[in-house]
Every structure is written in structure tokens, then in C-alpha cells.
Design a binder for this molecule. Structure first.
Ligand code: C5P
Length: 202
């Protein structure tokens, strides 16, 4: 069975958590496409050319333990502006999306550019305040040295860059179901996503 669930939305809206749980529920494979951009950004921070890094990305690059830092997140959103970098990373994501057995991909442009034919498209969002607090709890819980203000500033800067860029800007596909998780628990958001997918699976 070929079945793609595209989950897009701004940073820290809950895409990752929802994607993982939805994939586990249906037995689909899951790809966090942000990790690909983070891994490319991390190599650029180490001095590499962005396009060369994107073309040479290896599985072990996705295992680095510094990919969740705000510094790498910013570097990711800077390389993500470059159309040639995005093109170099597209084929892998497209093959993953159409693999046998079903796939969930989360990112910014999955439903609009990478896989416009996705059977289900969700656009997961939440208020700035909620997203900032969630990411602050996540990062400070992992021992990162962050403040609420610095986390919110990072999210807003990335959202602006991601939304305003010319290549594959962050936006909901016309046929996406919008899921605002501001007032939802994780369990509620996951349930909503699962119900939407079930309606399509039949
Ligand atoms: O999702 P995450 O916050 O890990 O993504 C890091 C950055 O990678 C985003 O801010 C965005 O610039 C970029 N990205 C993208 N397209 C995707 C996934 C991530 O441009 N499909």
C-alpha cells in the first residue's frame, strides 16, 4: 500500500510528537524532514558549503546529538532558504513518502511541494505563546541553557524566514486539514489526527 500522511506547520506546534504517534498507530514509517535540514545546517556551521553538504548527507549525520540546539535550528532555516539545497534533499524525501507500507513525513513543505499527492495533509499549528512554552520546557528539560525569551525569539525568527522565503515557503496546502493544538493535550491532538486519517483510509 502506498499512503502518505503529510504533516506541516510552524516550529514547535506539535508536529513531531503527533507524527511519531500517528506512524506508530498505523504501522507507517516516519521521517522528520527537519532533521535533514538540521544535519545540513550543522555541517555548514562546521565550515562546509551548503550545497555540498546537502548532496553528501549521510545517515550518521542524522544521528548527531547537537541537532536539537537553537544554533543548529537557525543554521537549518538559513540553508532551507536555498532552492538548490532544497532540490538536493527532495528526491530522498519523495522516495520515502511513496515507499511501500505507508509513510508519515513532517516538515514545512511536504503537502505543498514534496508530496502534493499525499492522501492526507495536516497543518498543525498553535499560538506563539504555547509553542514557545512547549519548546522551552523541551529544551530546558534536556539541560539546554535557554530562557523563555530566547526560545520564543528563535521560533519567531525561523517562522518568519520559513514563511517569507521564495522556495517552498511554509504554508498550509489548500486541501490540508488545519489542527490548532493551542488548547489540546498531546493525546487529543493525536486522536484528531488519527480520526482524520481513518476517514481517508476508510
Ligand atoms: O522542523 P524543524 O524545526 O526541525 O526544522 C528546522 C528548520 O528546517 C525549519 O526552521 C525550516 O527552515 C527547515 N525545514 C524546511 N522544510 C522542511 C523541514 C524543515 O525548510 N520540510
Amino acid at each position: 500500500m502506498i499512503f502518505t500522511v503529510a504533516i506541516d506547520g510552524p516550529a514547535a506546534a506539535g508536529k513531531g510528537t503527533i507524527s511519531k504517534q500517528v506512524a506508530a498507530h498505523f504501522g507507517f514509517a516516519h521521517l522528520d524532514t527537519g532533521l535533514i535540514y538540521r544535519a545540513t545546517g550543522a555541517r555548514v556551521l562546521a565550515g562546509e558549503d551548503p550545497l555540498a553538504a546537502a548532496k553528501d548527507l549521510r545517515p550518521e549525520d542524522l544521528q548527531r546529538d547537537d541537532l536539537r540546539t537553537t544554533e543548529v535550528a537557525q543554521a537549518a532555516s538559513k540553508v532551507a532558504v536555498m532552492a538548490d539545497v532544497r532540490a538536493a534533499l527532495a528526491a530522498f524525501q519523495q522516495a520515502f513518502a511513496r515507499r511501500e507500507g505507508g509513510a508519515v513525513l513532517d516538515g514545512r513543505d511536504i503537502g505543498t511541494v514534496i508530496c502534493p499527492e499525499a492522501e492526507v495533509k495536516l497543518f498543525v499549528t498553535a499560538s506563539d505563546a504555547v509553542r514557545g512554552e512547549r519548546r522551552f520546557q523541551e529544551l530546558s528539560g534536556k539541560g539546554h541553557d535557554v530562557t523563555r525569551a530566547s526560545v520564543l525569539a528563535d521560533l519567531k525568527a525561523r517562522d518568519a524566514r520559513d514563511s517569507e522565503r521564495e522556495a517552498a515557503p511554509l504554508r498550509a496546502a489548500e486541501d490540508a486539514v488545519v489542527l490548532d493544538t493551542s488548547d489540546m493535550s498531546i493525546a487529543q491532538a493525536v486522536d484528531e489526527a488519527i480520526a482524520t486519517i481513518r476517514r481517508v483510509l476508510g
